[in-house]
Design a protein around this ligand. Structure first.
Ligand code: SAH
Ligand code: AVI
Length: 654
């Protein structure tokens, strides 16, 4: 809110200066970036807010107006401004203050998409001033016919009017905000995987956008990190959770046995109960922080609610002339393989269309499942209660990482199908502790996921050279380094996604490539009762179905195909002779599909299936004998406690 008692020109200058100050840490290029349709570039906010004063004030009230704002100050300082001019300038200033918040919101989004996730400026205060360290208490609020909306003549936006009455049933409100710690419990309890907690639209959005946590949260190893305007830092349990959508708030409330309050309940509670006194927009921290605790003389029932509106003015004056800090990044740059033709992936996809869909059986290689959305959906699968392989394998790695480092003495780890390299942190930590690791080479077909992971790894292991390779592990193994003592990690039973003949060729290539003296760390999933596997590959919440159907979205986006994705059912069938799950997409009805960029029509008939992925389960004797045929000697086999999965360590003998 502007300060109604200050001279208008002071308010004008203060508000205008703050907008410029907010923009100042950003380069011209940063100010032009638009990261998604709802984000406006900073330059646009600057132009838009100043534009307001031109047509609405200058042009109307300044007789020799030329479209330059040189004289607005003189106009505002003039003795007799009519009420119309005063009201309009005030509206312009409130408008600009709204945009100041929006600018920060948009800048945060733009920077969050930069792989190095730079901060906008270092926080003048990194720690929240207050913490929410007490459990929530319920406050009873009486109901009845209550007043709502803005009353009187002072400034209000139109959505705060008209003043009117509403009827409220008595209700209870929690006395404090939901914290990041509360939210972590929700995540751990499968909040993002349980359809029963979500509104149907919300569930659809959560699935299609692969939500697994609030916007700007990211799991690094086992630590939740948050991207803020001050850069990326660990989430603090006792801070309020922020950047959650209405749908997430609603699902969280249902999980907690509650519901979000309505706007009327909120407003009535804030105006009828002792609530926290006004607090400003925290320019020191630029991040939501908890309200101060009771001040001793009185206690606040509702610490999260503001009893009066917050003012920008005080904070703004206090910080106007502070020194500005430049954007900071402290991350060692990873390197990327430059050998591969940047267009190979698109050309390979184009080649795979006639090869896979131009003849029967219809087939699409699983590597195309993993665009950005597919990679996020896979992450979501790994968090499903039914999907045991990830956590089971992680438990083995945690237990055995040091033994693996000591046994192999490898100085290079190459990870095939590395994805987010999430589990690999366990290995990297153990290998760096034994001080022998020189280089980590993540290798994946999914370029953006690989780049994001490489940037994070560089920050986490500054003494290890991180060298990402984008490619197909069935074709591009010759791009891998062979010097030193390499250990190839192929985890998560991704080997089970290869057909038997591909597997044989792949293992032989690995043995040949590693030559003598190298190691293979292989994760495999064991054969188990079919019911359990069907639950894993056709999970009740439908995430796996969304994941396998993603290959059609990829063809629609990348090659301008016109698959009606909803017409395809996800089918998961156990094949006992091959001991594998067959994952297929079964089409309803006849379709003639145009794949514009591959220039081939694809004819599909009702009930036909596209073979999309297999997921093979192994037994120890069969996999060790496959390894032996390829030239590997299995040195160790570790299983998790329930015996669901195994990690094998094999070597190619000199
Ligand atoms: N290793 C991780 C991720 C497994 S998901 C884990 O154990 O959880 C499979 C990964 O392999 C994805 O990141 C996918 O992009 C990658 N991938 C699939 N097919 C590939 C191929 N042919 N070449 C390279 N990477 C591939
Ligand atoms: C990556 N791979 C080992 C996963 C699996 O279990 O076969 C891919 C997957 N497909 C469906 N769910 C998970």
């Amino acid at each position: 809110m502007t300060n109604v008692s200050a001279p208008l020109s002071t308010d004008y200058c203060t508000t205008r200066e703050l907008t410029e100050e907010l923009a100042s840490p950003l380069s011209g290029e940063d100010q032009a970036a638009q990261s998604m349709p709802d984000v406006s570039p900073t330059k646009w906010h600057r132009a838009h807010t100043t534009w307001f004063f031109e047509p609405f004030v200058l042009e109307r009230y300044e007789s020799d107006f030329e479209p330059v704002d040189r004289r607005i100050r003189a106009l505002l300082d003039g003795a007799d401004l009519s009420d119309d001019v005063t009201d309009l300038v005030r509206l312009g200033l409130h408008h600009e203050q709204q945009h100041q918040e929006l600018m920060l919101m948009d800048i945060k989004h733009v920077l969050s998409l930069n792989p190095s996730r730079p901060g906008y400026r270092s926080q003048r205060r990194a720690e929240p001033l207050n913490r929410i360290d007490r459990p929530a208490r319920w406050i009873d609020v009486d109901g009845g016919v209550v007043e709502t909306g803005h009353r009187g003549d002072s400034f209000a936006f139109d959505n705060e009017q008209p003043f009117h009455h509403v009827f409220l049933e008595p209700f209870r409100l929690a006395n404090r905000l939901v914290t990041a710690g509360d939210w972590t419990q929700f995540i751990v309890d499968g909040g993002y995987q349980r359809a029963d907690l979500w509104l149907s639209d919300g569930w659809h959005t959560a699935l299609s956008e692969a939500w697994t946590a609030p916007l700007y949260w990211r799991l690094e190893g086992e630590v939740w990190m948050i991207h803020t305007l001050g850069g990326t830092r660990p989430v603090i349990d006792d801070e309020p959770v922020c950047h959650v959508s209405f749908y997430e708030a609603d699902a969280h409330a249902r999980w907690a046995g509650a519901r979000p309050p309505t706007e009327f309940e909120w407003e009535y509670a804030a105006t009828s109960r002792p609530s926290t006194p006004e607090r400003g927009f925290d320019l020191e921290q630029l991040h939501p922080s908890p309200a101060p605790p009771d001040d001793g003389s009185r206690s606040y029932d509702l610490s999260q609610l503001l009893s009066t509106r917050c003012t920008l003015a005080d904070d703004r004056r206090a910080t106007r002339n502070r020194r500005r800090t430049p954007m900071t990044t402290s991350i060692t740059e990873p390197t990327f393989d430059a050998h591969l033709d940047p267009d190979w992936s698109r050309r390979a996809l184009i080649d795979d269309v006639p090869r896979g869909l131009g003849r029967r059986p219809l087939r699409l290689p699983p590597r195309w499942l993993y665009d950005d959305r597919g990679s996020e959906l896979f992450e979501k699968i790994t968090g499903l209660a039914e999907y045991y392989p990830t956590e089971a394998e992680r438990s083995i790695l945690r237990r055995e990482a040091t033994a693996i480092a000591e046994l192999t003495k490898a100085d290079t780890i190459i990870e095939l199908g590395s994805g987010t390299s999430d589990k690999t942190h366990t290995l990297l930590r153990a290998f760096t502790e034994t001080a022998q690791l020189r280089r980590f080479v993540p290798f994946d077909v999914s370029e953006q996921t690989l780049r994001d992971a490489a940037v994070e790894l560089s920050a986490a292991y500054p003494d290890v050279q991180i060298h990402g390779v984008v490619g197909d592990f069935t074709r591009h193994l010759s791009h891998l380094p062979t010097d030193g003592v390499p250990m190839i990690a192929f985890l998560g039973s991704t080997i089970g996604n290869l057909y038997m003949e591909e597997r044989r060729a792949f293992l032989s290539m690995l043995a040949e490539h590693l030559l003598a003296g190298g190691w293979l760390l292989l994760g495999v999933d064991f054969v188990k009762p079919v019911d359990r596997l069907v639950d894993v590959y056709d999970d009740p919440s439908g995430v796996t179905a969304e994941f396998t159907r993603n290959v059609l979205h990829v063809l629609n986006h990348e090659l301008h195909a016109d698959f009606d994705v909803a017409a395809f059912d996800h089918v998961a069938l156990w094949d006992p002779s091959q001991e594998r799950m067959n994952l297929r997409l079964r089409v309803n009805d006849d379709h003639l599909i145009a794949v514009a960029d591959a220039d081939v029509p694809v004819e599909l008939h009702d009930g036909e299936e596209i073979r999309n992925e297999i997921s093979t389960n192994f037994q120890i004797p069969s996999i060790t004998s496959e390894l032996a045929t390829a030239g590997f000697t299995t040195r160790q086999v570790w299983t998790d406690t329930p015996g669901d999965v195994a990690v094998l360590l094999a070597s190619v003998d000199r």
